[in-house]
Design a protein around this ligand. Structure first.
Ligand code: NAD
Ligand code: MG
Length: 359
């Protein structure tokens, strides 16, 4: 399949930027069009040893400082944020510098918030290395760190200047993290593009085998859909909320089982509950519901939630950012390729769908 670079533009006026997707892009020169002299690369202890040398080789004429954080969600911390600020100041980085994120969503979210706030904002570039980061977190400008009181509690909307996606990075990703990225890819098909959903169904084997041609297209189409939604609603006042399909249920699963369920897995199980709820309401056909479940399952994702008391679901779901005047609002599929955000006050109906899709 195709080996050339695909380019997608996120159209945000003067804050527009390009996402370049291709095989082996980590060794292209230049990595990004106009990089300043001073560059801080933020990476972690897993990704650095794998890909840092390749990236540094393209930056030989720059003054490069590397800050390496620990692996895992807990690295998106106020402490690491402070330590990176110390590094920038220690090396006399000025407002002309750039911050480059090399890693998954954890590195990208933290690096983005550093870039948004160092000296009121410096240039920011993303080199996402997980599938989830390539199709989701590196695009759209949400940056954040965690507070002991909650995930992503401190952050900013801050768009990067460029995103570089090398599909070769995915070869080293473990199976669970890879599948988690596919859960978000399926999400794009369900909320926005029936044709893409059908393409995914037809390319399950290639995607499970991490075929680079199939991956390039899946990433490209996912980024296009996200770019369109972000361009229409950068600050999530309307359609951007649709990117939360399966996430309100998923967040409840993650909150109760953070040690055993990954985000993409919880989103997969949550998406199936959302589909079931719409089927119960007579607004999604049995055939469409079955296709959604089958595709997630084909990508080795869980399609049943763990059993939890309804009161616990409700308590976790009421904390969702989309709750308005005490009422949960859910992203619900109305067909494959279309979804809407609905207030849902009837916990008996919600509970029925949850119970049916839990084991
Ligand atoms: P992650 O960054 O923790 O990466 C998952 C694991 O893969 C980590 O152990 C990491 O070290 C490892 N890894 C990364 N690249 C690798 C590679 N090429 N080969 C081998 N191992 C590799 O997690 P993630 O799933 O990428 O991102 C999750 C984070 O993203 C969460 O903090 C979430 O809040 C955030 N997020 C942000 C947005 C947004 O819009 N900003 C959207 C979705 C998720
Ligand atoms: Mg998500």
């Amino acid at each position: 399949m195709q080996k050339t670079t695909q380019q997608i533009i996120v159209g945000l006026g003067e804050r527009s930027y390009a996402i370049d997707i291709g095989v082996g892009l980590l060794s292209r020169t230049p990595l990004f069009n106009v990089l300043p002299h001073q560059i801080l690369i933020i990476t972690n202890t897993v990704v650095g040893p794998l890909y840092l040398d390749q990236v540094r080789a393209q930056l030989a004429s720059h003054h490069v400082v590397v800050h390496t954080i620990d692996d895992g969600e807990s690295a998106k911390s106020l402490a690491n944020y402070g330590a990176i600020m110390d590094t920038l100041i220690q090396y006399n980085f000025n407002r002309d510098c750039a911050v480059v994120a090399l890693g998954g969503g954890v590195v990208g979210d933290l690096a983005g918030f550093v870039a948004a706030t160092y000296q009121r904002g410096v240039r920011f570039y993303q080199i996402p290395t997980t599938l989830l980061a390539q199709v989701d977190s590196s695009v759209g400008g949400k940056t954040a760190i965690n507070h002991p009181g909650g995930k992503n509690m401190v952050g900013a909307f801050y768009q990067p200047q460029g995103v570089l996606i090398d599909t070769n990075c995915l070869a080293s990703l473990n199976d669970r993290d890879y599948a988690c990225g596919l859960a978000e890819v399926v999400k794009y098909g369900v909320i926005a593009d029936a044709e893409f959903f059908a393409w995914l169904e037809a390319h399950v084997n290639q995607l499970n085998a991490r075929d680079s041609g199939a991956l390039t297209y899946a990433i490209q189409r996912s980024c296009e859909i996200k770019a369109d939604i972000v361009a229409a609603d950068e600050r999530e006042q309307s359609v951007r909320a649709l990117l939360n399909l399966g996430h309100t249920f998923g967040h409840a699963i993650e909150a109760a089982h953070y040690d055993t369920w990954k985000h993409g897995e919880a989103v997969a199980a949550g998406t199936v509950i959302a589909a079931k709820l719409m089927h119960q309401l007579g607004e999604l056909s049995a055939a469409d519901m079955a296709r959604i479940e089958a595709l997630l399952q084909a990508f080795q994702l869980p399609v049943r939630a763990p059993k939890m008391p309804l009161a616990q679901w409700q308590a976790f779901m009421q904390r969702d950012k989309k709750v308005q005047d005490g009422t949960v609002r859910l992203v619900l599929p109305t067909a494959i390729g279309a979804a809407s955000l609905r207030p849902m006050a009837d916990w008996q109906v919600i509970g029925q769908a949850i119970t049916a899709m839990s084991t």
